[in-house]
Ligand binder design. Structure first.
Ligand SMILES: N[C@@H](CC(=O)c1ccccc1NC=O)C(=O)O
Length: 286
């Protein structure tokens, strides 16, 4: 039962599981090609010394560094996906004056959960240091990437030498308690122990530590697709509730008529519901 609940592609109803994964990858590759062809960009910018510590930065037409930055962590259960097929939202966001950063991190088996969590936090600190006049950094993650974004939300920035100007979070179809995954086949390349899973579970951090938000006005959207599995719904609801108890301005959104993959594929469209929520949040704060 856990195996089924944590296999997102099995919950897709518009096509078979394999085809859903193929389609998602294709749309990501095509959106990335289009973004690189049409936008001013800086590709493969190193944010650390590791080979895998690279980011792609896509800019709006106006030449300014005083921009809002939207930083995206891709999904793929910490073992698949890459920045080179994840630039879904670049065209609709840059068209509205938002810079978009797509972050690469070392997926398993090369990277461990602890390393990935550290890498994505460093990627955000890097954006802050490179663009100190930014008009806000907005973090978005999908699935495993939403988990990473949630870990960044709870980061203690002391050792990073900078407190990023985080102004909003969009956590899309994520998992926030990793314990159930230890018992599924998804854990084969990850080799997570129960202890690793606990240490890297934002749900647990919130329940035990009550990490206070740096800025209590910073909005956090926890979104899930209507056709995501019941376990994904439960995880999203419980995380949003824990955030609220911890003093965060967190809201929950179930997006209608979309599954685990469409929820991100549709970010290529400017009139998509989630694209509109993201733009409204960024442009009204900005
Ligand atoms: N093997 C997984 C693949 C998967 O979960 C996935 C694929 C692409 C982007 C995000 C995903 N899920 C979480 O990170 C599945 O059965 O759906």
């Amino acid at each position: 039962e856990l195996e089924n609940q944590y296999a997102p592609s099995r919950w897709v109803i518009r096509m078979g599981a394999e085809e859903a994964l193929r389609t998602y990858k294709q749309i990501g590759i095509e959106a990335t090609r289009k973004a690189r062809d049409t936008c001013r960009s800086q590709l493969h910018v190193p944010y650390g010394d590791g080979d895998g510590e690279k980011m792609d930065i896509y800019f709006p037409d106006q030449a300014s560094e005083a921009l809002p930055f939207f930083v995206f962590f891709h999904g793929g259960y910490w073992q698949s996906g890459s920045k080179d097929e994840s630039a879904f939202m670049v065209n609709p966001l840059t068209a509205q004056g938002v810079a978009v950063v797509i972050v690469a991190y070392d997926i398993a088996p090369k990277g461990t959960l602890d390393q990935m969590v550290d890498q994505v936090a460093r990627s955000v600190a890097f954006v802050e240091k490179r663009y100190p006049s930014n008009k806000g950094i907005y973090l978005c993650g999908h699935s495993a990437g939403a988990h990473l974004a949630a870990m960044v939300l709870l980061t203690n920035w002391t050792k990073h030498g900078v407190t990023p100007n985080l102004r909003g979070f969009f956590l899309v179809s994520g998992v926030y308690d990793l314990q159930p995954l230890v018992f599924t086949s998804q854990n084969a390349p990850l080799l997570m122990t129960l202890e690793d899973a606990q240490r890297n579970s934002p749900q647990r951090h919130l329940e035990v530590a009550q990490a206070q938000p740096v800025d209590p006005a910073c909005p956090v959207l926890v979104a899930v697709g209507q056709h995501d599995s019941p376990e994904f719904h439960r995880q999203s609801r419980e995380f949003q509730q824990a955030l609220c108890r911890g003093g965060w301005r967190a809201s929950f959104e179930e997006l209608r008529d979309v599954d685990h993959f469409e929820i991100i594929e549709n970010l290529t469209q400017k009139d998509d519901a989630l694209t509109q929520i993201i733009l409204k949040t960024i442009l009204q704060e900005f």
